[in-house]
Design a protein around this ligand. Structure first.
Ligand code: NAD
Length: 510
């Protein structure tokens, strides 16, 4: 296939690299990758060994000693060139994201665009790693703070954003002076290999050492465990399910490492009587069924004022029944496949559970079969009447299920439902009522990391800090001042006088 040739993906690929150099381990198991779009076989990847991991760490530690001495704007220049290479490769890399993961072609391209955008952001940032200067209480003293890099920053990424989340972390961490080790999801390793090879071209053109950007593809239970336990890695950014993130977070904290935890969401939209339905309905449907419900920010709960509940329910049933489900590479389709057949089972089990708890499936839930659905990964998105306290509604099911529920009183009741789950990633309100919107955004409003007015829960821009509270993990990545997470802060006091005044007026004479 041309796409694979252009991206230098072989029939069989290796799973560990320090940049240009690939390790040739073949005895740790071979990941065979099939596209969920058609079920066709794409290529395979040999998983890395523990020895490969150790060699990568040695190379990264050496590279770090070089990279910390490169001025930040010069590091930004390398990131600028990576952004250019990504622009050149956007059509092929975006298509591979879609083909391997199963998201729409537009979303695959959008993901590469996010990588390009974060490169641009990081280039600017490389001249803006600002810190504060404070007034010392002692004469002839200067006090200020500065930020230094951490060392190896590792990125563990999830299958649903095969490349963008890595770039959010790696590009910002790189301008801060860190080197990056990437452990992608074993469900989508080919896009990671393709990205790594694109970045390697820039490193080669600039004569940069091995170890700056490294890649390791291996089992969570071996390579993943080594990585989170490794004191050579001061910071790990973990994008994962809450289950995996809870474990990783505890292991990293135990060794006093830093972690950015970007975990599961259970995102709600509140629809009030003052909502503009022309804006709200497409946002709800896109949020719930886009990427087949496999975004951390997918809309999973809809909280509707009782006065409009029946009307909204009918509109949504109509909209759901008109959805085109099929190959995501065909732009006419609204909904693509789930990542694999295992996720289809998770989807079906969740629907059984919600019905057992008293919920009612209004439409959808079927596994699609026949022509065009040969991969066995296509389902009809489900619209379900449910209550917020149901056990299954409290969980994130990573599939297209939208639970709809009523509120009857004031906006406070709707906010309580919005906040009444363990996760705290994204949230939205649709209203033209200023008081309702401001209440939702206030300190006693949404408890999520992302709170929107008149736009849906999914589709964040890189300029903001992205992440969520509670069981979403509390981490932030991408824009704003997130760069500080990839650096250590140091407070410096310099005495340029000829005496030794102590702080708080303490006297010590000898
Ligand atoms: P997952 O938890 O199964 O795996 C995520 C990553 O963790 C993979 O790379 C996996 O190999 C690795 N891993 C597994 N066990 C490990 C271990 N013991 N040590 C180290 N690494 C280990 O998640 P997934 O199915 O790939 O992705 C979906 C989940 O990710 C959802 O819950 C979704 O909400 C979440 N997610 C969150 C965000 C966010 O920003 N909050 C973004 C994308 C996805």
């Amino acid at each position: 296939m041309d796409l694979l040739n252009e991206l230098k993906i072989e029939k069989k690929n290796y799973g560990a690299s320090t940049g240009q150099k690939w390790f040739t381990t073949e005895d740790q198991g071979e990941l065979k990758i099939y596209t969920p779009t058609t079920g066709e076989y794409i290529a395979s990847v040999y998983q890395a060994s523990e020895e490969d991991y150790k060699k990568i760490i040695t190379s990264s530690l050496e590279a770090y000693q070089y990279w910390i001495k490169v001025p930040a704007p010069k590091r930004g220049e390398i990131v600028r060139q990576i952004g250019i290479k990504l622009r050149e490769n956007k059509p092929t890399l975006g298509a591979l994201v879609s083909y391997e993961m199963g998201k729409s072609l537009q979303e695959g391209m959008g993901e590469v665009q996010e990588m390009i955008d974060i490169c641009d952001f990081a280039v600017g940032l490389s001249r803006q790693l600002y810190a504060n200067m404070m007034q010392s209480e002692r004469p002839m003293h200067r006090m200020y703070e500065q930020y230094h890099p951490l060392g190896i920053v590792a990125t563990i990424s999830a299958f649903n954003f095969p490349v963008a989340v890595w770039a959010w972390n790696a590009m910002v961490a790189a301008v801060c002076g860190n080197v990056n080790l990437w452990k992608p999801s074993s469900k989508v390793p080919l896009t990671a290999i393709a990205t790594h090879k694109i970045v390697a071209q820039v490193l080669k053109e600039n004569n940069l050492p091995e170890g700056l950007f490294t890649l390791i593809i291996g089992k969570g239970s071996t390579i993943g465990e080594m990585l989170i336990n490794d004191t050579n890695i001061p910071m790990v950014s973990v994008t994962a399910s809450t289950h995996v993130g809870r474990h990783a977070g505890q292991v990293i904290a135990k060794r006093f490492g830093k972690a950015i935890l970007e975990l599961g969401g259970n995102n709600a939209i509140i629809l009030t009587p003052d909502a503009d339905l022309k804006v709200a309905i497409p946002a709800i449907v896109f949020g719930a069924v886009g990427t087949a419900g496999q975004r951390c920010t997918s809309t999973r709960r809809l909280i509707i004022h009782e006065s409009m509940y029946e009307k909204i329910k009918d509109s949504l049933i109509k909209a759901y029944n008109s959805l085109k489900i099929g190959n995501p590479l065909d732009e006419k389709n609204h909904v693509g496949p789930l990542i694999d057949k295992g996720t289809v089972v998770v989807f079906q089990d969740a629907l059984k559970k919600v019905v057992a708890e008293g919920g009612k499936i209004l439409t959808g839930g079927e596994l699609l079969e026949g022509k065009g659905y040969e991969s066995g990964c296509y389902v009809k998105p489900a619209l379900v009447e449910a209550e917020n306290h149901y056990e299954i509604v409290q969980e994130e099911t990573f599939a297209p299920i939208l639970y709809i529920m009523k509120y009857s009183g004031s906006i406070d009741e709707a906010i309580k439902l919005n906040n009444g789950v363990k996760q705290g990633l994204s949230s939205s309100i649709f209203t033209n009522n200023l008081r309702e919107a401001e209440a939702f955004l206030s300190a006693w409003g949404s408890d999520c990391g992302i709170a929107n007015v008149n736009i849906g829960t999914s589709g964040a821009e890189i300029g903001g800090a992205f992440g969520g509270e509670k069981e979403t993990g509390g981490g932030r990545e991408a824009g704003s001042d997130v760069w500080k997470c990839y650096m250590r802060r140091q407070t410096n006091t310099i005495n340029y006088g000829t005496t030794l005044p102590l702080a708080q007026g303490i006297k010590f004479e000898i």
